[in-house]
Design a binder for this molecule. Structure first.
Ligand code: COA
Length: 259
């Protein structure tokens, strides 16, 4: 598949998806969202992709949804745009492979929401986060009101969303929005290092761990525990479990096959 507004490269099982509209700070217009949707399909379908890095070209990660397009929307196409965006991000979050956002600069509105739909976030010291939608007379529409409180707690999410204020990488790290902060010139290298250490684990174990956390956090404790036990049992049927434990007992590195 060829793309015009994103760059999509696969190198040794790691896909790097770069939003590439730097003159507009990578603002997510409908065309970018359509390409992102196709890229998510490709990520999900391709067996040669084990993990994904999402980043932005130039000085921004993503400075939000495209305000020029939003300014023309009415209530029904506005809702449809929100639902479409939510679906793309949800499909990325549930693609079954680990996804890390390498946040190089502004991650505002839809950009912060895109980063939150990734499983982990590594931020450059220069990154800025925020949900400034209320300044435009709208609320977040790509999942921000739901993922932000789940990540940082209701009080902090209300503060960020009602104030619309921008925060730096250190504050984002302190509140749990970001997993790691690194110097700008080390961002992609550190993100890839983190991702490669994850994809070296059993892929089925990673997939089912993500699923248990993703679904389990919205269940009762008993339902979540049952889900975890089911996944734990299911993994006992895999070659990966035999390989992982065999390798430990034989004092060697495991070679997982994802089977
Ligand atoms: N939608 C559409 N265009 C956007 C955009 C967005 N969300 N964010 C930035 N751009 C465009 C600007 O209009 C400008 O285009 P132009 O050169 O054709 O005028 C270009 O990107 C560069 O942005 P600029 O504002 O000049 O950069 P800056 O460094 O002075 O400011 C920001 C950076 C991020 C503070 C500022 O662009 C901003 O506030 N953007 C909107 C953030 C937002 O509200 N996001 C949520 C949207 S729901």
């Amino acid at each position: 598949m060829s793309y015009e507004l994103i760059l999509f490269e696969v190198n040794d099982h790691i896909a790097t998806l770069t939003i590439n509209r730097p003159d507009k700070l990578n603002a997510l217009n409908d065309a970018v969202m359509a390409e992102l949707s196709s890229a998510v399909d490709e990520i999900t379908a391709r067996d040669d992709i084990a993990g994904v890095i999402v980043t932005g070209a130039g000085k921004a990660f993503v400075a939000g949804a495209d305000i020029g397009e939003l300014s023309k929307q009415g209530p029904f196409d506005g809702k449809a745009r929100s639902v479409r965006g939510q679906n793309v991000l949800r499909r990325l979050e549930t693609c079954g492979k680990p996804v890390i956002a390498a946040v190089n600069g502004f991650a505002l509105g839809g950009g912060c929401e895109l980063a939150m739909a990734c499983h982990l976030r590594v931020a450059s010291e220069k990154a800025k986060f925020g949900q400034p939608e209320v300044k435009l007379g709208i609320c977040p529409g790509f999942g921000g009101t739901q993922r932000l409180p789940r990540l940082v707690g209701k009080g902090r999410a209300l503060d960020l969303i009602m104030s619309g204020r921008m925060i730096g990488a250190d504050e984002a790290f302190q509140m749990g929005l970001v997993n790691k902060v690194v110097p700008p010139d080390e961002l992609l290298q550190e993100t890839e290092k983190m991702l490669r250490s994850i994809v070296a684990m059993g892929p089925l174990a990673i997939r089912l761990s993500i699923e248990a956390i993703d679904s389990g956090c919205d269940m009762s404790l008993d339902e979540g525990l049952l889900l975890e036990a089911n996944h734990f049992g299911l993994l006992a049927a895999t070659d990966d479990m035999r390989e992982g434990m065999g390798a430990f007992l034989e004092k060697r590195d495991p070679e997982f096959t994802g089977k």
